[in-house]
Design a protein around this ligand. Structure first.
Ligand code: ADP
Ligand code: MG
Length: 363
């Protein structure tokens, strides 16, 4: 709105009109017959209607079906003097914009009497951003509380569990009949499973600070390859390790990065329950080294893709659903690292971890 004509001096009303026009709050003014008289820019943005589409129209155009009648009655009651005041509330409310999108807002109302007629203005504030912030804060508070709870539960369960495991192992030595021995083995297996779950929960909710060093990732992968090879032998899985260079020095927490690769290898092994091929590869790519863990298993269905990195998502009978979420967390904690996956029913699944080469080595 241009008012800077030479010789024209803006008066109070012009200034006010511009201020209202340019504020971030939506202003919608109606007259006594429910017709829209004023609709500022913020109102255009909020409701998705252009000013020229709504001026002169009934306010119903902006209101949801369910509140049209109530609104009209409230105005009438006010005009009949039944109600002295319109609600001045700052209550949170949902409106639906032209596109059908629900938007959280707060309202306040103002009534102006002019030449014996009433004009009602709603001042509406879009709360989406504030709500998102608020939700995030709540979430992080909840997470902190959850972390505390998990720490206490882990602590309470772990001690008796260690006792159960220890005594069961002692008992096992004194038992000679087959049936009892099998039962004892099941107890020991279950105890181990619970211990692993506790360790994963602790890792997820109480991550420790990183212990950064520079190390050769290829050497770590060779170590894991030897470990995995022994495991794959009895499972009809062929395993390969390939690297395109002898060394690839990276900077990170070796133990944690090892855990990431272990999780990926474990998932690959579990995906190959009917046997198959598992490949671990290390490839240099510019200033990065890419570590790929691939299997030619069944792949991940598209509808699961968005969930595999979420805590507790599992398709396995005895899975915890924590492996990938912990891995993602560790990767996110490391600067410049990233993890991605490529999956396909025919080819299987490849997880790729991309890691910056340490300065010394990439030079
Ligand atoms: P868990 O292994 O305990 O189920 P993860 O977080 O490690 O938990 O994995 C979550 C889910 O992602 C698995 O249950 C599985 O459905 C899917 N997934 C992960 N890796 C693979 C893979 N290599 N092939 C097929 N599915 C996989
Ligand atoms: Mg897993």
């Amino acid at each position: 709105m241009e008012t800077n004509h030479p010789g024209y001096k803006a008066n109070e009303l012009d200034i006010l009109r511009l201020a209202v026009e340019n504020t971030t709050e939506a202003f919608v003014t109606i007259d006594e017959t429910h017709r829209i008289l004023f609709f500022n820019k913020a109102a255009e943005d909020l409701f998705g209607f252009k000013k020229k589409e709504v001026i002169g129209r009934d306010l119903d155009i902006l209101l949801g079906k369910t509140c049209r009648e109530g609104h009209r009655q409230a105005i009438e009651r006010y005009l009949n003097g039944e109600k002295k005041q319109l609600p001045h509330h700052e209550k949170e409310f949902m409106i639906t914009n032209r596109g059908g999108e629900a938007i959280p807002v707060t309202f306040s109302f103002s009534v102006a009497k002019f030449n014996g007629r009433h004009y009602f203005t709603a001042i509406i504030r879009d709360m989406s951003d504030i709500k998102i912030c608020h939700d995030r804060l709540l979430k992080s508070e909840r997470l902190a509380a959850l972390g505390q709870l998990v720490a206490e539960i882990v602590h309470e369960i772990r001690n008796p569990l260690v006792l159960i495991g220890g005594f069961t192992r002692q008992l096992k030595r004194t038992i000679s009949d087959d049936k009892s021995s099998k039962k004892i083995d099941i107890i020991l297996k279950e105890v181990q499973r619970l211990e692993n779950l506790l360790a994963e929960l602790k890792e997820l909710y109480l991550p420790k600070d990183l212990n950064i060093s520079v190390f050769d990732v290829n050497e770590l992968l060779r170590e894991l390859y030897v470990l995995a090879k022994a495991d794959c032998k009895n499972r009809n899985i062929k395993i390969q390790f390939e690297s395109d260079s002898d060394e690839a020095f990276i900077e990170g927490d070796r133990e944690k990065i090892k855990q990431v690769f272990l999780n990926l290898i474990k998932n690959a092994v579990e995906a190959l329950e009917n046997g198959g091929m598992l490949r671990i590869e290390s490839k240099r790519n510019g200033a990065f080294v890419e570590v790929l863990v691939s299997d030619d298993g069944p792949g991940i269905p598209e509808e699961h893709l968005g969930k595999v990195f979420s805590p507790f998502f599992t398709t396995k009978k005895y899975g915890t659903g924590l492996g990938l979420s912990i891995s993602k967390r560790i990767i996110d904690q490391h600067k410049g690292y990233s993890i991605s996956l490529d999956t396909n029913k025919r080819r299987g699944t490849t997880f790729k971890v991309t890691i910056p080469l340490a300065k010394k080595a990439s030079a």
